[in-house]
Design a protein around this ligand. Structure first.
Ligand code: BGC
Length: 409
């Protein structure tokens, strides 16, 4: 059995249990995680059996004495619930103990959560930072204690305590959004001009600039040619960023944009949003405050449930889907190699037997102390037309009789 299928099976079980645990999950994630654990337990044995290579089987022999600290930013943004559960289940499936914490999007909480994991003598840390600039001190303590750190999804800046970075190709996420707009508007042939507004992510998240730059660089030739116009004039990351990727913040900014630049009936053609939590707020603003009669193109990222519903309803146009179940598989294999005293590199992609695409990158991600070797998975564009093929047929979601998608279970 291939790991991709295993990921899909885990995904189905974990997503079910996340749904089941939704009402009671606390920010520590214990409820969601224990629900995930029980739902997934029946297939964890199969996963263990199916994924054990000779190397991992050897590693599993003493994995039970090792503990992995998993620090996730928050449960208030949908995807991190999935990440936390997948990581927890992946490590447990190979016999590791885990400590999983969600830090309520509060930097101090995340610092103290990591301090506690260091005090608990975890053997390795997997950290998705709330603020990439705020973990230097605590991670220097991890380094002193000899605890390797994997920077998960978001690059942690200004610390030499990071061994590896695991993420998706963040710049490509933005280029996929930009190219989608180019194709939808047929910008190579049409003259326009089309009106577009940008909404980007959290300045504290190193990914946010990559997403914005990928989209902006793709659209810039058309902006320069006058085919795309940005009526607000807000074309720099700082002008369009959204603190904490917050839905309400994105909505309020967009309501202001609509009031200031579109109340005279000007047509908005595109709302280029970096992710789904911001796209949700922008869509709300357009539904409540947009005077025009057209349906603007709205981009997103993640495949959050509410956004997939908006795609079915024609309110959002696309999302960039990232199979975080595979990100967890990659993280496990990298962690295991580190714990075995190896120095993983490009060769791991083959030797681990991943069936999902992943690039080993040693040029793109400099965290201020030098390049951090990176494993970058490949994102996928999802629209109303291909959502069943990409999300339902792959086992990540089910479709109800009204056409809406729900995490599989
Ligand atoms: C992740 C995105 C996510 C955003 C907000 C980023 O670091 O890469 O997938 O939409 O955080 O949660």
């Amino acid at each position: 059995m291939k790991k991709k299928l295993v990921s899909t099976m885990l995904c189905a079980a974990v997503a079910t249990s996340l749904l089941a645990g939704c009402g009671s999950a606390t920010e520590t994630g214990d409820a969601a995680v224990s629900a995930a654990a029980s739902a997934a337990s029946s297939i964890v044995a199969a996963v263990d059996d199916a994924t054990s290579s000779a190397t991992s089987a050897a590693a599993t022999a003493d994995a039970g004495s090792k503990t992995i600290g998993i620090a996730m930013p928050t449960q208030s943004l949908e995807r991190w619930n999935r990440d936390g559960s997948y990581l927890d289940e992946q490590f447990k499936s190979r016999g590791y103990n885990t400590e999983l914490k969600f830090s309520n999007n509060e930097i101090d909480t995340q610092v103290s959560d990591i301090e506690n994991m260091i005090a608990d003598n975890v053997d390795l840390l997997v950290v998705a930072a709330i603020d990439g600039e705020s973990l230097s001190t605590v991670l220097s303590d991890a380094k002193t204690a000899g605890i390797p750190v994997i920077s998960y999804d978001r690059l942690i800046m200004n610390t030499d305590a990071i061994s590896y970075y695991v993420s998706f190709d963040n710049y490509t996420v933005g280029t996929l959004q930009g190219q989608f707009v180019v194709d939808q508007l047929d910008l190579d042939n049409a003259d326009g001009p089309f009106n577009l507004e940008f909404t980007a992510g959290d300045p504290a998240d190193n990914n946010a600039g990559f997403f914005f730059n990928g989209a902006y660089d793709t659209l810039k030739p058309y902006i320069d040619a006058g085919k795309i116009v940005v009526p607000s004039g807000q074309t720099t990351f700082d002008q369009v960023a959204t603190a904490a990727w917050d839905t309400a913040t994105a909505m309020e900014r967009f309501q202001n944009l609509l009031a200031s630049y579109y109340s005279d009936g000007k047509q908005l053609d595109v709302a280029l949003c970096s992710n789904d939590s911001t796209a949700l707020g922008v869509a709300q603003a357009i539904q409540s405050d947009y005077a025009g009669s057209n349906t603007p193109i709205i981009t997103g990222q993640d495949g959050d449930e509410a956004n997939l519903a908006n795609i079915v309803d024609g309110i959002q146009t696309m999302t960039v889907y990232k199979a975080v179940a595979n990100e967890a598989v990659a993280t496990l294999d990298i962690a295991e190699a580190i714990l075995n005293g190896e120095t993983p590199d490009e060769g791991l992609i083959k030797s681990a037997g991943w069936t999902f695409d992943c690039a080993y990158d040693t040029t793109s991600y400099d965290n201020g102390t030098g390049i951090i070797p990176s494993y970058l998975l490949v994102p996928t564009v999802v629209t109303k037309d291909n959502m069943v093929k990409e999300l339902v047929d792959t086992g990540y979601y089910t479709q109800d009789s009204d056409g809406y998608l729900h995490p599989a279970g």
